[in-house]
Design a protein around this ligand. Structure first.
Ligand code: FRU
Length: 486
């Protein structure tokens, strides 16, 4: 039996033993066992394909395979056979993260081969490889692998996560890397045919404050500006900033393809919840830039391991450019297809507490608060559960901060995240609750907060509240959402 069949059999067996209590209803997950980064986001022959870092043999990270799903509408996903298994000369110990392109009908995956030199000491080298398919289902690693055998000479051994795109007649690739002195950076390559690559140089480089390694780069034009998304390792916590083990954020500025000069501003986090990492984007046929992240964080508590699975991807988000070069993320419009039953519960009601009883655990909530002439200190939404369980989202009017508190819903330690949100007239919250996740989009993406939560199965309801004084709730609507996996 070959490596792919063996992995698929192990996964099919593991799937039988999965406990459903925290399984998500409308997010991408593997049928069982471990996943991390989204990989190879691409539209191919009219369908959206998403691959992901996957260990089909275990609920913990291990030799990386590529799992695979596809969808016609970014909402209803279908599991496909595992696409890549490691263990060939070009990828001895892992098929690490990478991207996908449609090369004139040939679906091409570009990924990192991981090779241990001494596993105990975590000594390794990494190279870049290709696998191709004409049916979007079965992939063959090409004979030319590795297409980039090693990083430039001034580089550390971190050399991974190629993201490829086409500009004019050339293919370009950004790779996550660091200098010999362990300063994170992104380097750039160019190719006429995806097989032969020439090194162009450094696209962007940090400093000692910006981490020792920049993982999962993605580089694209957005409304005339250029955005470099990166996932740096090693940035230290600074007040409400950089509170997760690793961050995902962006640099934005102007880029010149002729000179490879990228003039950009400072690093900004993309999402301020606990669980958003290794984001990747695609440009779809409608011209939208769509981002999906890994909805977990390295080294965090992952209670679903007990249930035989671990890890999920975020909802697909449309990326747009806001004022002051702020990158915004909002749910793609197709997600409205998930709405099954609409409850329009409040319209223009002045109150300081209103509880809506519902035990649905797949929900979208829209709440709009009028902040003009509002004397409350804070306003917000509580997702209530049994035994004092709650996930609370609070907007502090004076501090202009949005707080997500998951400390009573499975994150007893370090359960709170805060972010600045300048909501002057109105606070508009769009919240997606899946069984074990919450994604918050505030004021049309001015702030997003994504976290995994682990409440008991029993939900009690949704409460809107105001502290100090009343608030005018312009709208409170919620939808029971569909379980796409049933
Ligand atoms: C990011 C990352 C990547 C790597 C992959 C391995 O989460 O560390 O840099 O390719 O995960 O699974």
């Amino acid at each position: 039996m070959n490596k792919l069949q063996q992995a698929q059999e192990a996964l099919d067996t593991a799937r039988e033993g999965v406990n459903n209590r925290y399984r998500l209803g409308y997010h991408i997950m593997a049928p069982a066992n471990w996943i991390n980064d989204p990989n190879g986001l691409v539209q191919y022959k009219g369908e959206y394909h998403v691959f992901y870092q996957h260990h089909p043999y275990d609920e913990n990270w291990g030799p990386m395979h590529w799992g695979h799903v596809k969808s016609k509408d970014l909402v209803h996903w279908e599991h496909l056979p595992i696409a890549l298994a490691p263990g060939d000369a070009c990828d001895t110990n892992g098929c690490f993260s990478g991207s996908a392109v449609d090369n004139d009908g040939e679906l091409t995956l570009i990924y990192t081969g991981h090779h241990y030199v001494d596993k105990e000491k975590d000594l390794f080298y990494q190279n870049q490889n290709l696998a191709v398919s004409t049916d979007g289902l079965t992939f063959h690693k090409v004979a030319e692998n590795p297409v980039i055998p090693k990083p430039p000479t001034d580089s550390s051994h971190h050399f991974r996560d190629p993201k490829v795109w086409k500009h004019k007649d050339s293919w370009y690739m950004v790779v996550g890397n660091s200098t010999k002195e362990n300063v994170g950076r992104v380097i750039l390559y160019r190719s006429p045919d995806l097989r032969k690559w020439s090194y162009i140089g450094v696209l962007a480089q940090g400093n000692e404050k910006l981490g020792f390694m920049w993982e999962c780069p993605d580089f694209f034009e957005l409304d005339g500006k250029y955005v470099l998304m990166i996932s740096p390792q090693g940035i230290k916590k600074d007040g409400d900033l950089y509170n997760n083990l690793f961050q995902t954020g962006y640099l934005i500025g102007d880029y010149n393809y002729e000179t490879n000069e990228f003039m950009h501003g400072s690093f900004n986090e993309l999402d301020n919840g606990h669980d958003f990492y290794a984001v990747q984007t695609l440009l779809d046929e409608k011209g939208r830039r769509i981002a999906i992240g890994w909805m977990d964080m390295w080294e965090s508590d992952m209670p679903t391991k007990e249930d035989g699975w671990c890890g999920a991807l975020t909802l697909p988000r449309e990326v747009t450019l806001g004022e002051n070069d702020k990158v915004l993320m909002n749910p793609v419009e197709e997600l409205n297809l998930l709405r099954e039953v609409e409850h329009n519960t409040l319209t223009n009601v002045i109150s300081n507490s209103h509880l809506i009883e519902t035990n649905d655990d797949l929900l979208e909530i829209k709440a709009v608060f009028d902040l003009t002439n509002c004397n409350a200190q804070s306003v917000g939404i509580r997702i209530r559960g049994v035994n004092q369980e709650e996930t609370v989202l609070t907007y502090h009017l004076d501090k202009q901060t949005l707080k997500l508190d998951c400390s009573k819903s499975g994150k007893a330690e370090d359960g709170v995240r805060n972010t600045i949100l300048r909501a002057n007239q109105e606070l508009s919250l769009r919240i997606f609750i899946d069984r074990s996740s919450i994604e918050v989009f505030a004021n049309e993406g001015q702030a997003t907060m994504t976290s995994r939560i682990y409440p008991s199965e029993d939900r009690l309801g949704i409460e809107v509240f105001a502290d100090g004084e009343d608030v005018r709730v312009k709208e409170l609507t919620y939808w029971k959402l569909k379980d796409i996996w049933k």
